[in-house]
Design a protein around this ligand. Structure first.
Ligand code: F0G
Length: 451
């Protein structure tokens, strides 16, 4: 599929950004030149996926496309029980309706915002137990998505096992920079969970990219096939939620897959209520057929190698310009350390958002803030939660852009970097939603901004 690109002038972008209340989500796609807002649902499907679309089975119950999807998932993960959903957060909604109740504590590695949102919506608390190295962009650690077992132990000591319904392991860990979790760590988390008889759920949006990093970086896995690695990863979990918009390489879709029949049956009722019947969830038959094929493609070494090499090419270009980036580079995106990039902007003025806006004004490249706006307010005190890292994420859609586009993005970032000393003020919130505010927040310029 080939799509046109939309170029624009700086003057036009200044007007559009102001009209969008300085929220990049409010821009029209026609106002964006290169869209790095997300790698979610923005990939290009293959010819085999488009052919699968044509032969999708739209039966309400027992669709052949569902069985193709289910068998593919069972082959890859070992999980017998599969519930399709319309996307990842829907899978969270269904599964957490069974597993999470008010007062619960859900430890994990930097839960994604919808995951945290679904936990907090149920008056439970998500505890981040990622290793400390993840919060320092300049330290090299091959698996910055790893969980710190001492932090997990500590939570169990303080709250007791009855308040902990599960552990959530996000592979790869989006919020710390698309960073992988090692097989060794997955094994240790499993041992820990066994000690307290806790189930482990993988938030699996980018599980194939995680497997690629294990193959590339972990001793003993270089000669293993991606699918063997995937199978071993999931052998340490009891179930998964999946946003298929990432490593499923489809534009919409998701699922839950589980080991345990009882949990599947409980979740089934919620799936029927919230999503749709058990053999389609929130998806059309043709979408399930395309997803089954997408999963087969994303778990090949050749696909993963070309994708991740492209992401890392962007990382290398930025690094060559001395731009502070999260290292090692993640799987789906390069994350810029905004606190180091524009240190003069006060943290109360949303440093990550300020940098993302500057990049858009400079070049029409749309990135996304992974910082204070996203971290939201403390549900109790309503104070801003300032995360240790204030990042701008350049997420690369799968199979969409060429390396020429990548070079354009890097050059645009360098232009902003060259004038970083002049960026001293950020933005103030005019209006925000009580939960997941970053999608709809409205901002205005603070003081005498550099714009
Ligand atoms: N878990 C992770 C790790 C994610 O990155 C996402 C979505 C979800 C769950 C929710 O899935 O969007 O299908 O409902 N991440 C997107 C992103 C939105 O831009 O990183 P969803």
């Amino acid at each position: 599929m080939v799509e046109p690109m939309h170029s624009s002038t700086r003057l036009e972008r200044e007007k559009w950004m102001k009209d969008a209340k300085f929220n990049l989500f409010n821009l029209k796609s026609s106002q964006v030149y290169i869209d790095l807002l997300t790698d979610s649902g923005t990939g290009a499907m293959s010819q085999e996926q488009w052919s699968a679309i044509m032969s999708g089975d739209e039966s309400y119950a027992g669709s052949a496309s569902f069985y193709d999807l289910k068998n593919t998932i069972t082959d890859l993960t070992g999980f017998e029980y599969v519930l399709p959903t319309h996307q990842g957060r829907a899978a969270e909604n269904v599964l957490f309706s069974v597993m999470v109740k008010s007062g619960d504590i859900v430890p994990g590695n930097a839960h994604f915002d919808t995951t945290k949102g679904h936990i907090e919506f149920r008056k439970a608390t998500a505890f981040d137990c990622t290793i400390d190295e993840a919060a320092d962009t300049s330290i090299y650690h091959p698996f910055k998505g790893n969980l710190d077992i001492r932090k997990l132990e500590n939570i169990l000591d303080v709250y007791g096992k009855d308040r902990v319904p599960m552990l959530i392991v996000t592979v790869t860990c989006n919020s710390t920079g698309g960073q992988p979790v090692s097989m060794q760590n997955l094994r240790e988390v499993r041992e820990f969970a066994n000690k307290y008889e806790l189930p482990i759920i993988f938030d699996s949006a980018r599980f194939a990219e995680n497997a690629y990093f294990i193959k590339e970086r972990e001793e003993g896995y270089a000669d293993k096939d991606i699918r063997e690695i995937v199978r071993e990863m999931f052998s340490y979990a009891d179930g998964m939620t999946m946003s298929a918009k990432k490593d499923g390489i489809v534009n919409i879709g998701g699922f839950i897959a589980l080991k345990d029949e009882k949990l599947y049956k409980e979740a089934s009722t919620f799936n029927i209520m919230f999503e749709g019947y058990l053999s389609y969830g929130g998806m059309a038959g043709r979408d399930m057929a395309a997803l089954a094929q997408g999963l087969r493609e994303s778990t090949t070494f050749s696909f993963l190698e070309s994708r991740i090499t492209q992401v890392h090419y962007l990382g290398k270009l930025l690094k060559d310009y001395d731009i502070p980036v999260q290292e090692p580079f993640g799987g789906h995106a390069i994350f810029i350390d905004a606190l180091k990039f524009i240190p003069k902007v006060p943290k109360e003025e949303y440093v990550g958002q300020t940098l993302a806006i500057e990049l858009y004004l400079e070049s029409g490249v749309r990135a996304v803030e992974i910082g204070t706006l996203l971290a939201d307010r403390d549900p109790e005190t309503r104070e801003n939660r300032y995360p240790k890292l204030e990042l701008v994420r350049l997420a690369i859609p799968r199979r969409v852009y060429t390396n020429l586009h990548i070079e354009y993005i890097a050059a645009a970032m360098k232009n902003v970097y060259d004038r970083r000393d002049k960026i001293t003020r950020g933005y103030l919130i005019m209006d925000e939603a009580p939960i997941m505010r970053h999608f709809t927040v409205e901002l205005e310029k603070a003081g005498d901004s550099s714009l």
